[in-house]
Ligand binder design. Sequence first.
Ligand SMILES: [Zn+2]
Length: 79
Amino acid sequence: MPKYNVYALCNACGDLHPMEISVTLDDGPVEKQSIGDRYEAKDLPANLATLKDKRVQCPKTGRQYAQKNDKQIFLVPIN
Ligand SMILES: [Zn+2]
């Protein structure tokens, strides 16, 4: 099954930071794509449903944030 690293756009510095999580998805994208775009017309897979609540560390500000916009959370295929 295809495996993905998950990244979240940072509200503070505007970069993508790793969410330190990897997921496997039957119907994931072949290239980097946001969760919101990929699953726009579908139900969100269960293993993605909690990502919006997960705290992400920003290495530049040292602060944590939660990315609540699923169009700013990205799946990146692991080759
Ligand atoms: Zn940041």
